[in-house]
Write a protein that binds this ligand. Structure first.
Ligand code: GDP
Ligand code: CA
Length: 304
């Protein structure tokens, strides 16, 4: 089994790449739920949905979020009513949140509801929310405390962050499925997701960091930075603002004690020696996904 610690887009893209090199039955994504929110009374799980939509071929790859062939009649009507329309939920996407919320209200766990949705959409790999307990990533910022989506969507992550807190993480427990997967995995892959706000909240769930550390020799991370910058989103900025530094060394530092190996982009080969002198194993290969030949090399580097 190959367990992939996952946020949203970066993880969805890596999972697509890994499917080229490993059978679907072997791939399990353990997914962050720190971005999850309740809006309009509906439970929304952005990272789980991003991965499921992407792997089922339903995602909108232009926006990087939501469904393709989407319409916005509900949001438009909500806006005329003066409702909260800044977090855009398309009509098809809303059906997902209606289904999930109803099942949760009936007593199903997030793990069960995810399995149901994944089956219906034909998602080829297993998706496990890291916990069924409530956790919420929150930000202390220059303009005051913000929820995840206030920070990320409303303010477009363009505010200075002093601290990231994952509410509920200390009492949340990983699911039995997650514990078993981390135990049995022949490889634990850390996706090139945001280390601070995607992977950090997942590791913060009580016990998960220790489970990953126990597998350290088999843990390989793909860095989300290329040329010192995130391809999209605030990973580089947050690593700097929270004191981890810059470049791949910042990623290594955010994952201190957890990594057997770090995969960095070929254009950053000059950083490898310094990382290695810190005792880390480093693989240099193409990490910008989207080209079949490069993707095959990345998959081989991660799984080899
Ligand atoms: P979100 O939860 O949807 O915001 O996304 P994630 O946290 O999973 O991933 C965001 C990160 O993915 C960003 O920091 C990007 O740099 C990284 N990312 C996206 N595509 C690629 C890629 O092709 N290669 C690498 N190395 N990183 C990528
Ligand atoms: Ca996310």
């Amino acid at each position: 089994m190959i367990v992939v610690l996952s946020g949203g887009v970066g993880a969805a893209r890596l999972l697509r790449v890994l499917r080229r090199a490993a059978p679907d039955e072997e791939i399990v994504a353990v997914v962050n739920v720190g971005d999850d929110l309740v809006l309009h009374g509906l439970t929304i799980c952005p990272d789980l949905d991003t991965i499921a939509y992407t792997l089922a071929g339903l995602s909108n790859d232009e926006t990087g979020w939501g469904r393709r062939d989407e319409s916005w009649r509900v949001m438009d009507e909500l806006a005329t009513l003066g409702g909260d329309a800044w977090f855009r939920l398309g009509d098809r996407d809303l059906a997902t949140h209606l289904y999930r919320s109803q099942r949760l209200a009936e007593g199903a766990t997030k793990t069960t509801v995810t399995a149901e949705l994944v089956e219906r959409w034909g998602v080829p790999v297993r998706l496990l929310p890291v916990t069924d307990d409530p956790v919420r990533t929150r930000f202390s910022t220059a303009i005051g405390p913000l929820s995840f989506q206030e920070y990320f969507v409303r303010h477009r992550h363009d505010v200075t962050v002093a601290d990231v807190v994952v509410e509920g993480a200390a009492v949340a427990r990983p699911t039995a499925e997650v514990v078993a997967a981390l135990d049995a995995a022949r490889r634990v892959v850390v996706a090139p997701s945001n280390p601070v706000i995607s992977i950090g909240p997942l590791l913060a769930v009580h016990g998960v960091r220790d489970l990953v550390a126990a597998r350290r020799d088999d843990v390989v991370a793909v860095s989300p930075l290329i040329g010192g910058r995130a391809l999209k989103g605030p990973a580089d900025r947050l690593l700097r603002e929270l004191g981890f530094g810059t470049g791949h060394a910042a990623v290594a530092s955010a994952y201190e004690g957890l990594l057997g190996r770090l995969v960095i982009d070929e254009s950053d080969a000059a950083e490898a020696d310094v990382l290695r002198s810190g005792g880390l194993e480093v693989t240099v290969c193409p990490t910008l996904m989207g080209d079949p030949d490069r993707d095959a090399r990345l998959a081989a580097a991660v799984l080899g």
